[in-house]
Design a protein around this ligand. Structure first.
Ligand code: SF4
Ligand code: SF4
Length: 145
């Protein structure tokens, strides 16, 4: 299964530039195509597309969201075991172990490169103790409310 680009695509190239798997091909101003064998279903192409031209693997249209409003991971240090599974799961490589403190020697993960986060949620999906949640920035919450 993979994401799919519909004929609404105008070839702006936003998705191809963002895709962490290099799964999207196409000439500028022409409809782009996703390689089913490469897509990891992160959904970033759907979130970034200004034409809302993407369908998810179930065939549902994906709405685009302004990048500044994308939800980002938050780590609960009460449950996190600092195992690093989330760091390895991130396709964008934007997580890293944080510095242990004097009180707590655990190197808890932190979002080292927020601008690179794809809001895919793979970190949360893979965490064995559900210590990762994706939260929208306060501006997005205010807009929604
Ligand atoms: S879902 Fe992710 S991996 Fe698949 S084509 Fe879109 S951006 Fe690339
Ligand atoms: S949501 Fe998590 S796994 Fe996905 S890009 Fe952001 S930090 Fe990486």
């Amino acid at each position: 299964m993979a994401y799919f680009i519909t004929e609404t695509c105008n070839g702006c190239t936003s998705c191809a530039r963002l895709c962490p798997a290099g799964a999207i091909q196409g000439e500028k101003k022409n409809r782009h195509v996703i390689d089913l064998g490469l897509c990891i279903e992160c959904g970033a192409c759907g979130r970034i597309c200004p034409q809302s031209a993407l369908q998810d693997p179930t065939g549902r249209a994906v709405q685009s969201v302004k990048k500044q409003f994308w939800a980002k991971p938050v780590f609960n240090h009460k449950t996190c075991m600092a195992c690093g599974i989330c760091i390895n799961a991130c396709p964008a490589g934007c997580l890293k172990p944080g510095e242990p403190s004097r009180k707590d020697k655990n190197a808890y993960p932190e979002l080292a490169d927020p601008g690179a986060c794809l809001s895919c949620g793979f970190c949360a999906d893979e965490c064995p103790v559900e210590a990762v949640t994706l939260e929208a920035p306060p501006e997005a919450m205010a807009k929604a409310g």
